[in-house]
Design a protein around this ligand. Structure first.
Ligand code: 5AD
Length: 369
C-alpha cells in the first residue's frame, strides 16, 4: 500500500463530482481517490452513482443464469483454486447435453441470458462449442449467450461469434504488467489478455473485463491503472469482486480483499461508464451475507445466479467457501427477487443488452486499447 497521505474529503468529493460529469480522471487522480477512500467518501460516491445508473436502467437488476461448464484448466494462475497445479481439486466437465439441459431448465425459470463459464479446457473445441451455441439458441429462442472461457485465438472467437455467441467475459485481472506477472506464470501475459479483449471487441461481441479487489501485490496505483483502462476501453460489462484466498494455491496465506473497497470501486466504475453492466459478484456475496444487495446499492445492476447441476456446483471452487446455495442458486429466484424488492429494486430476466445508441456503438467499435 502506498505511503502517501490521504487527501481531504472535500477535495475527493470534487473529483467525484467531476467524474460524474466528464466520466474521466487522470491515473494520478484515480490513485488519489483509491488512497483516500473512507466510509464517508464511499457513501458520497454511491450517492452519485445510483442516480446515474437509474437514468439508464431505472431500478432494474438483470439476472443472468451462470453455468460453470468445466473445472479443468490448462492455466496455473496463482490465485485460482482450479489452477492446473492444484492436484487436490476434484475436476468435472459437463457434456454439451448437460449444458443444454441447464439452459432449458433456466429458460423455464425465465432466464434469457446464459453465461457459459469454465476453465481453459481443451475438450471444448471450436466445433463442439459452435454446435452447442447453435443448439442453445435453437432450444431457447431469443436468449443471449455469454461465453467466459478464457483466452482463445482470434479465429476461434470469430467462429464462436458466427455460431451466435453474443457476449464474452474475460477479466483483464490487472492492467499493470508488473502486477500481472506476480499473479501468473510467465507463459501468461497481459499482452495476450489485451489482444483477446481487443479481438473480441473488433469481432462485435459485447465485451466484459474486470479484476479482483485486494489481490496479492495490488497497490493503489494498480487499481488506478485498472480504472484508467476501463475508462479507455469502455467495456460493456465489468466484473469485480474481492480476492478470496484458496487453501491449495500459492496465495493461501494472503488476506482477502475488502468488501468496502469493492463497493467503493463499483460506484467509481459506474461514474466512469454510466451505462455499463456491472455485476454484484458471487465473491462479494461470499464475504458478506448482504454483499450482493450492498453491491446493487453501490451502483451494480447485474446478478448471476448459479444454474450449474447441483451435484457439481461445489466443485467449481475458485476460492474457499464460494457460495452456491441459497439466494445464489437459480432455483431460489423468488427469494432473490424478494431481497431485491426489499431494497427497492426489480429483478429482470430479459436479455438486457447494454444501452448504447447505435451510433455510440459504432464509434466505440474500432477503438484501440
Ligand atoms: N478470489 C476471487 N476471485 C477469483 N477469481 C479466481 N480466483 C479467485 C479468487 N481466489 C476470479 C478471477 C477470474 C474469475 C473467473 O474468478 O478474476 O477471472
Amino acid at each position: 500500500m502506498s505511503e502517501q497521505k490521504k487527501t481531504p474529503f472535500a477535495e475527493c468529493a470534487r473529483l467525484l463530482d467531476r467524474l460524474a460529469e466528464t466520466h474521466s480522471l487522470s491515473r494520478e487522480e484515480y490513485a488519489l481517490l483509491v488512497r483516500s477512500a473512507s466510509p464517508e467518501l464511499a457513501s458520497y460516491a454511491a450517492q452519485k452513482a445510483v442516480p446515474l445508473r437509474k437514468q439508464w436502467y431505472g431500478t432494474d437488476v438483470y439476472l443472468r443464469g451462470l453455468i460453470e461448464i468445466s473445472s479443468y484448466c490448462r492455466n496455473d494462475c496463482f490465485y485460482c483454486g482450479i489452477r492446473r497445479g492444484n492436484i487436490s481439486c476434484e475436476r468435472y466437465r459437463l457434456t454439451p447435453e448437460q449444458i443444454l439441459a441447464c439452459c432449458e431448465r433456466g429458460f423455464a425459470l425465465g432466464f434469457r441470458t446464459f453465461v457459459l463459464q469454465g476453465g481453459e479446457d481443451a475438450f471444448y473445441t471450436d466445433a463442439i462449442l459452435c454446435e452447442l451455441i447453435r443448439s442453445v439458441k435453437e432450444r431457447c429462442p431469443g436468449c443471449a449467450v455469454t461465453l467466459s472461457l478464457g483466452e482463445r485465438s482470434r479465429e476461434s472467437y470469430e467462429q464462436l461469434f458466427a455460431a451466435g455467441a453474443d457476449r464474452y467475459l474475460l477479466r483483464h485481472e490487472t492492467a499493470d504488467p508488473v502486477h500481472y506477472a506476480k499473479l501468473h506464470p510467465p507463459v501468461q501475459t497481459l499482452e495476450n489478455r489485451m489482444r483477446c479483449l481487443r479481438d473480441l471487441r473488433e469481432i462485435g461481441y459485447q465485451v466484459g473485463c474486470g479484476f479482483m479487489v485486494g489481490s496479492p501485490y495490488q497497490t493503489d496505483d494498480c487499481l488506478a491503472a485498472d480504472l484508467k483502462f476501463i475508462e479507455e476501453f469502455q467495456p460493456d460489462m465489468c466484473g469485480i469482486g474481492p480476492f478470496i484466498p484458496h487453501h491449495a494455491t500459492p496465495f493461501a496465506q494472503c488476506p482477502a480483499g475488502s468488501v468496502d473497497q469493492t463497493l467503493f470501486l463499483l460506484s467509481v466504475i459506474r461514474l466512469i461508464c454510466p451505462h455499463i453492466l456491472l455485476p454484484a459478484t458471487t465473491a462479494l456475496g461470499t464475504l458478506s451475507s448482504d454483499g450482493r444487495e450492498r453491491g446493487i446499492l453501490a451502483g451494480a445492476n447485474v446478478i448471476m445466479p448459479n444454474l450449474s447441476p447441483e451435484e457439481d456446483r461445489g466443485k467449481y471452487e475458485l476460492y474457499d467457501n464460494k457460495l452456491y446455495t441459497g439466494a445464489e442458486a437459480a432455483e431460489h429466484r423468488r427469494r432473490l427477487e424478494e431481497r431485491l424488492q426489499a431494497i427497492g429494486y426489480t429483478a429482470v430476466t430479459a436479455r438486457g443488452d447494454v444501452r448504447y445508441s447505435k451510433m455510440e456503438n459504432e464509434n466505440l467499435k474500432g477503438k484501440n486499447i
